[in-house]
Design a protein around this ligand. Structure first.
Ligand code: GAR
Length: 197
């Protein structure tokens, strides 16, 4: 393939969004269609269940424990080096629970995307589902966006909404949103690949 579109996915936890992307890439044969493959999954947490999940899906995994670094800059520099060793066309944050330094974000401008469990620009940051319930929102959802230096900002690529139902807890709402995330994120990555020359 003359211009391989390598995808690197960064995770911190269960990796269900990562798995939805890897499975879509395999089932829809993104390699044949776009020259694209998920070449590595990198976690900043040793216990992340997503590492095992990625291995079962046949994807190379790497661990870079942020606790081994004494500054955010030092961790991000090491992460950048590890990510760049895979020559990625696209870097996908999938439940990667780290604030990235501007240097890292700048380095991947236009090829760094994230999924956030709210209808941005509402509810940036954490505890999005409880905050949506507390605010009396009738709808919640998730957003795929390009990553910029400002946390949970950046151009929106795709969104999906779900109803907030009477009696919802943060957990029941999160589960309803997560079902949408698993459809939305692979679609958004696919659309990004389609948009590339
Ligand atoms: C997902 O709900 C994702 O939207 C959220 O973490 C969860 C990760 O689940 N991301 C953020 O909150 C980022 N600010 P997963 O590890 O099973 O994909």
């Amino acid at each position: 393939m003359p211009n391989p579109k390598n995808i690197v996915i960064l995770i911190s936890g269960s990796g269900s969004n990562m798995a939805s992307i890897v499975q879509a890439a395999q089932l829809q044969d993104w390699h044949q269609q776009f020259g694209a493959s998920v070449v590595a999954v990198i976690s900043n947490r040793p216990g992340a269940a997503g590492l095992q999940r990625a291995t079962s899906l046949g994807v190379t995994t790497q661990l870079l424990d942020h606790r081994a670094f004494n500054s955010r800059e030092a961790f991000d520099a090491a992460l950048m080096q590890q990510v760049d060793s895979y020559q990625p066309a696209l870097v996908v944050l999938a439940g990667f629970m780290r604030i990235l330094t501007p240097g890292f974000v700048d380095h991947y401008t236009g090829r760094l995307i994230n999924i956030h469990p709210s209808l941005l620009p509402a509810f940036t940051g954490i505890n999005t589902h409880q905050r949506a319930i507390n605010a009396g929102c009738l709808e919640a959802g998730c957003t795929v966006h390009q990553v910029t230096a400002e946390l949970d900002h950046g151009p929106i690529l795709a969104q999906a909404a779900v109803p907030v139902l009477p009696g919802d807890t943060a957990d029941t709402l999160a589960a309803r949103v997560l079902v949408q995330e698993h459809m939305l994120y692979p679609q958004a990555v696919r659309a990004w690949l389609q948009s590339q020359p």
